[in-house]
Design a protein around this ligand. Structure first.
Ligand SMILES: Nc1ncnc2c1ncn2[C@@H]1O[C@H](COP(=O)(O)OP(=O)(O)OP(=O)(O)O)[C@@H](O)[C@H]1O
Ligand SMILES: [Mg+2]
Length: 412
């Protein structure tokens, strides 16, 4: 854990999450915002975010190490961080939480880049320049310089007019960024283009070769993102820089719901409210996406009943929550419906194996007949299954990671 004066710690994090209700005039607005926000994380920190302490500690430690880089390159090797997980595990929410913490450091520039922007050194450099606040004339000067024009008074460093490598190109910019710690956030990092001519050079530079600039590359993506980074030259991420998100503990889900109830004005006897919280938290199975959807179902139900749990029907809400879960699974399967028989077999194999994972060769064996029928290669099956959230991957072992999805697949 970081220890310097500028570092954030878990106490500050806790302080940033008040549990007490906000002013009553905001309660209605909170409720409407919560329901409207849906079940995908938005930009910015989420007041209902809970847990993920170890992942946040991992992030803060990596940020500290990046900040401590004194330019001799000694800290360069660990400056890539990856959070993997299936859809709805809370990757974006975690990344946003980390961004908000980093933004509290006065020396930190948070730069959000789309995965495809990592396919071009120039696009990435411009994005960093904008975030760091390099003045436009200098940006123009650099652009001209890189195209071979000789320009004088715009702060262009004396480097080759046509740099031949990514590192050389970046070197002409690193100097202007040196006072800042740059947090480069890449969501959906499984989509970094592997065929773009510069992607490999960009990633290698960010991961290991950057010496002067203090850049932390924080990626999140589906279970095949590590393979994508490996394809791009990140051969092995340090163990303490890679994590796969698991469901929240049910108590953490309950804590998040308690905040929702509190800020959205849910009333009623304390004991009854507690019963609602416990039941809804356990229906979420700790899965962030379910949690969000179930809380919205409850709020909508209660909104028509003076927001009072004593006027509502927990049974009706629980039933609606189960139906929402099933609808969600059907939606996830809609793009991969052809493979449903294969998924069923995988779910059965997982159940029989009494292990939470199957190895790739076993998945391949199960999928083979189904794939032959549709003439699809295994890697397409795997990529589509990860994207749909039916499969999850961790260290080349495959599972059905979203709680109760396997039950759904096994239902007749
Ligand atoms: N730790 C958490 N505490 C409370 N709510 C969370 C937490 N993590 C995520 N959520 C909520 O769960 C929902 C799903 O999270 P998020 O959008 O981050 O998932 P994701 O893994 O990025 O999914 P996708 O792969 O589909 O982009 C969001 O509404 C988010 O606000
Ligand atoms: Mg996301």
């Amino acid at each position: 854990m970081p220890g310097s004066g500028t570092a954030l710690n878990m106490d500050q994090l806790a302080l940033a999450k008040p549990e007490t209700p906000v002013r009553s005039s905001e309660i209605r607005q909170n409720r409407e915002n919560y329901i409207r926000a849906g079940d995908r994380a938005r930009a910015g920190p989420d007041p209902y975010f809970v847990g993920r302490e170890s992942e946040i500690a991992m992030f803060l430690q990596a940020l500290e190490l990046t900040a401590a880089n004194n330019g001799n390159g000694s800290a360069g090797k660990d400056e890539t961080l990856l959070v993997q997980g299936p859809p709805g595990a809370g990757k974006t929410a975690l990344l946003e939480e980390c961004a908000a913490l980093a933004a509290q450091r006065p020396d930190c520039a948070v730069v959000r880049v789309l995965p495809e922007e990592l396919g071009s050194a120039r696009g990435l450099i411009e994005a960093i320049d904008r975030a760091v606040g390099v003045p436009a004339p200098t940006r123009l000067g650099r652009a001209l310089h890189e195209r071979g024009w000789q320009v004088g008074p715009v702060g262009v460093p004396p480097s080759p007019a046509r740099p031949e490598s990514m590192a050389a190109l970046m070197k002409t910019h690193e100097g202007a960024w040196k006072d800042r710690v740059i947090l480069l956030l890449v969501d959906e990092a499984q989509n970094i283009p592997s065929n773009a001519s510069q992607a490999r050079a960009v990633i290698s530079y960010l991961h290991g070769a950057c010496r002067k600039a203090r850049i932390l590359l924080a990626c999140c993506g589906l279970g095949n993102t590590q393979d994508k980074l490996a394809e791009l030259g990140v051969s092995r991420l340090a163990r303490e820089r890679l994590t796969t998100l698991q469901p929240l503990a049910v108590e953490q889900a309950e804590e998040s719901l308690r905040r929702v109830f509190s800020t959205c004005g849910v009333a009623g006897a304390a004991g009854e409210r507690q019963r609602w919280l416990k039941t809804l938290a356990s229906l979420s199975l700790g899965w962030p996406q379910h949690l969000r959807a179930i809380a919205a179902v409850a709020l909508e139900h209660l909104a028509a009943r003076r927001m009072n749990v004593s006027d509502g029907s927990l049974d009706a809400v629980a039933q609606a929550a189960r139906e929402a879960r099933e609808r969600y699974y059907d939606q996830r399967l809609s793009g991969v419906a052809l493979w449903r028989p294969a998924y069923r077999e995988i779910a059965e194999a997982l159940r029989r194996a009494e292990a939470p994972h199957l190895r790739l060769d076993r998945i391949a064996e199960i999928a083979r007949t189904h794939l032959a029928r549709w003439n699809e290669p295994l890697h397409t099956f795997i990529a589509n299954s990860l994207r749909a959230g039916v499969l999850g991957a961790e260290n080349s072992r495959y599972s059905i990671p979203i709680p109760s999805f396997a039950d759904h697949l096994l239902r007749p």
